[in-house]
Design a binder for this molecule. Structure first.
Ligand code: HEC
Ligand code: HEC
Length: 360
């Protein structure tokens, strides 16, 4: 009995250490210091001009051309990609709504829900991600685009049937020939055209204006949030121009006694039975079922509720609290959460008009 008690005491002791060590105060950075700190750590603005966009988003094996982008845009909104002609990519990725569908879980072909209760991520800036899908299983938007067309609960087509269907339409045949050459209406080129269009869907926001040198683009509260985001370590995972999409990481990274025992003095958590800090509806456990998830893009995050892989969390404040507690090991105070949310709101903005006639 005694060794068991001692072991328990040690475990409880270890688990409470982080909350006993005082947090080093968040520095008060000048606008210039804040900007430099961001720019020197890979937090970069989305380019305003086409050449800049091509530098960061083009794919050497599927180069972006105006004709390909126009074809890709048509296909993105084309219901023929689904078996019964009712579902388009835009059904679940509404560009005016932040690039997702604002539902906890995606609903596709004939009202079928995603079998793992997965939430639709945004397509905006997805081209900048190194990992696509919640488990990061593919790398490019071209590879990704083949998935939804074939998924029985999304568009429910086969590549052969889609090519056959599109080949019956002389106009579509002509458009493919113009972009890819004669007799190149293939499933791979459907993916290539859609991918090229997605590569142009980069968004700019007040955050980009600040990084470009406009001090007044962010409120003081948002600057405080940006400092917390960098100094406390959110940026360690949500990094790069897309502010995410560059890694696949464990979630939750830290565990607490409550999570193991399913018991807490806080009545709010008493009923907890899952090892997740939220209800794991759908029971998806990421890569290899080991709780590794693609770190999501945070651009436009204020417009893409609900949150997390299964859409179980409605409020951005709650998502930030969960992140601070489970990924950083120290729960933010309500003030810190508010400031971080202000910063995250500054990441919202529409797709840039790169002159392809695709501006939303
Ligand atoms: C029924 C809703 C639905 C339809 C239709 C749909 N998607 Fe998705 N999309 C999702 C869901 C859900 C995921 C996440 C799936 C996963 O991780 O397994 C996703 C993931 C993606 C991603 C990866 C983004 C990221 O950050 O991981 C891209 C890009 C994307 N879809 C583009 C498209 C394109 C292009 C089409 C049309 C060919 C399309 N989607 C059709 C629901 C949909
Ligand atoms: C160790 C890596 C890591 C750190 C550090 C981290 N995150 Fe995350 N974050 C993730 C992963 C992985 C997910 C996806 C988890 C899931 O959906 O199951 C995520 C999800 C999110 C989401 C929900 C995104 C969506 O599209 O639903 C928000 C918001 C977020 N993080 C903000 C933050 C903030 C703010 C911080 C700092 C307080 C932070 N994160 C720190 C890895 C991290």
């Amino acid at each position: 009995m005694k060794p068991l008690l001692i072991t328990l005491a040690v475990i409880v002791g270890i688990l409470s250490i982080p909350s006993l060590v005082p947090e080093k105060p968040t520095p008060n950075l000048s606008d210039q210091e804040l900007r430099r700190e961001a720019l020197t750590h890979n937090m970069l603005p989305v380019p305003r001009e086409r050449e800049g966009m091509l530098r960061v988003a083009d794919n050497p094996v599927n180069p972006v051309t105006p004709e390909k982008v126009a074809l890709g845009k048509k296909l993105f909104f084309d219901p023929r990609l689904s078996r019964d002609g009712t579902v388009t990519c835009a059904s679940c990725h509404i560009l005016e709504e932040g690039g997702d569908d604002n539902r906890p879980t995606a609903i596709g072909y004939q009202g079928r829900a995603n079998p793992h209760h997965l939430n639709s991520p945004t397509v905006l800036n997805a081209a900048l991600e190194k990992f696509q899908f919640w488990d990061g299983r593919v790398h490019t938007v071209e590879e990704q685009a083949g998935g939804p067309v074939q998924a029985p609960f999304e568009m429910n087509m086969t590549p052969e049937e889609l090519v056959e269907r599109l080949s019956k339409d002389p106009e579509t045949v002509r458009e493919f020939a113009k972009v890819f050459g004669e007799n190149n209406l293939t499933f791979a080129n459907v993916r290539n055209a859609i991918g090229a269009y997605e590569r142009t869907l980069l968004t700019r926001s007040p955050y980009d204006d600040f990084l470009d040198g406009n001090d007044s683009a962010l409120s003081p509260e948002a600057k405080k949030g940006m400092t917390l985001f960098m100094e406390r370590g959110c940026r360690g995972c949500h990094t790069g121009m897309s502010v995410g999409g560059q890694f696949v990481k464990r979630f939750p990274l830290r565990r607490y006694l409550d999570d193991y025992l399913g018991f807490s003095f806080d009545p709010k958590f008493r009923r907890k039975t899952s090892e997740f800090p939220f209800d794991n509806v759908g029971d998806f456990h990421g890569r290899n079922g080991q709780d590794f998830f693609r770190v999501p893009v945070l651009r436009n995050i204020a417009r893409t509720a609900p949150y997390f892989h299964n859409g179980a969390v409605k409020e951005l404040h709650e998502a930030v609290r969960i992140m601070s507690k489970y990924q950083l090991g120290r729960e933010f105070t309500p003030d810190e959460i508010n400031a971080t949310v202000e910063f995250l709101k500054s990441l919202s903005g529409p797709p840039v008009d790169y002159g392809y006639g695709t501006k939303q």
